[in-house]
Design a protein around this ligand. Sequence first.
Ligand SMILES: Cc1ncc(COP(=O)(O)O)c(C=O)c1O
Length: 427
Amino acid sequence: MNLVSTRYAQSIAHARRIAEVIPGGVDSPFRAFHEVGGDTVFFDRAKGSKLYDLDGNCYIDYLGAWGPAILGHCPEAVVTKCQETLAKGPVFGAPHVYEMQMAELVIAAVPSVEKIRFVNSGTEAVMSAIRLARGFTGKETIIMFEGCYHGHSDATLASDGHQSSSGIPGGARAATSLARFNNLNSVESLFQTQKDQIAAIIVEPVAGSMGVIAPDPNFLSGLRSLCNEYGAVFIMDEVLTGFRVAFGGAQNLYKVDADITCFGKALGGGMAIGAYGGRKHIMDKLQPEGDVYQAGTFSGNPLTMAGGIATLKLLADNRVYETLEARTAQLFAGLRRIVEAHQYPVQLPRVGSMFSLVFAPEPVQNFQDSLTIDAQTFAKFFHYLLDNGIYLPPSSVDAACLSTEHSEAEIDATIDIMTDAFKHCFN
Ligand SMILES: Cc1ncc(COP(=O)(O)O)c(C=O)c1O
C-alpha cells in the first residue's frame, strides 16, 4: 500500500462497499470524484471551518456543504435550538409558531418577499415557483440561461448544460427557452418571437455552476424591465446567493426586485430547506387560497424552521458579512498575487464569499466560455489540495464557499498550500 492510499484507507474501503448499494456511491452526482478521479473521501464530522474524514484527516473546508455552512459547521446557537426542537417533536404535519416566525424573518430581510412557502430543497422551491408562475400567468414557456443550475426538476434540466439528463419529456424541453447569461439581446429576441407564451424568466443572479459569474451592471435590471414590459414573472433563484452574498441576498446587493425568489442552502443553517416567496397577489394563487398545488409532509417542519430562525438571527448581525468579505478578500489578494506573478492561466472570480478558481486562460462570462475550463489541470490541483488538507468542491465549474469560521491563519495556510499546488500543476 502506498503512502497516499494509507492516508485514505478507511475511505477507500467504504467507497468500494457503498458503490454496491448506492449508484455511483453518492446520493448526488457531483459529490462523486468523476471529474477529478480517484475514490471519494468519507467524512465523519464537521465543526467550524473544518471537515474530518474517517481516517482522522482534517481539512480546511471550502465546499461549505455546497453552500449551507455560511456560519461554519455546527454553529452552537443553531445546534442548541435544533436539539431543543427535536426533543419537542421534529414534525407535526400541522401549523406551528416556528414557521410563522421564520416567514416573518425572511419577509423582513427581503423587500420583494411579502409571503413565503417553505419546502425541503432548492429543487422543490424552483419547481414550485415555476408552476406558480405558469398558473399565475396562464402561459407555459420559461426562459432560463445556458449553464445556470436550478436543481433537478424536469423543467430546469431541459437544457444541456454542465448538468443534463436523459429521461426529460419532450414537452418539458419544448416549454423551456434558453438565453445567454449577461446577454439581454438574447432574452429580448425570445420575447419578440414568443411574447404571448412566456410565463417567466428564471435566473441565478450570480451564476455559480459555470465558474462564478457576476451579473453585468444592467443585466438583472434589464431582465426586470423585460418582465414588466411583456407581463412575465421574474424569478430569481437565490438558492445559492440568498443570505450568502449579502443579508437579503443578491437582490439586496444589486438593488433589483424579483416577483418570486427561491431560497435554500444557507437559509436553514444545515437543515434540509427550500423556500419560495414573493408578491402577495402571486403567492395567494397557491392552494388553498388559489388553484396552484404545492405540498409536502416535511415542508416547514419545526426542526428545519428552528435551524433557520437561529441562523437568520445570527446572519442579521452586519459583522457576519464584514467577516466573510474580509476573509475572502484576504484569500483572493494572496491568490491573485501568485497567479499574476507567474501568469498562471487561472481566473479568480468571486462575489462576496462565493468564489471559484477557474482554470481557463480568459475570464469566463457564459456557458460557452466555461467549456474552455481545463478540467484535467483542475483535477491535479484538487488532489494536491486534498492530500494537503484542503477540501474544494470536486468540480472545476462549481462555486466554492467560505464561512465566518475560517480564521486569518487558515486563510494564510490555504494561500501557501495553493501556491505549492499551482507549482505542482504548472511548473
Ligand atoms: C442556484 C441553485 N438552484 C437550485 C439548486 C438546487 O438546490 P437543492 O440541491 O437543495 O435541491 C442549487 C443547488 O446547487 C443551486 O445552486
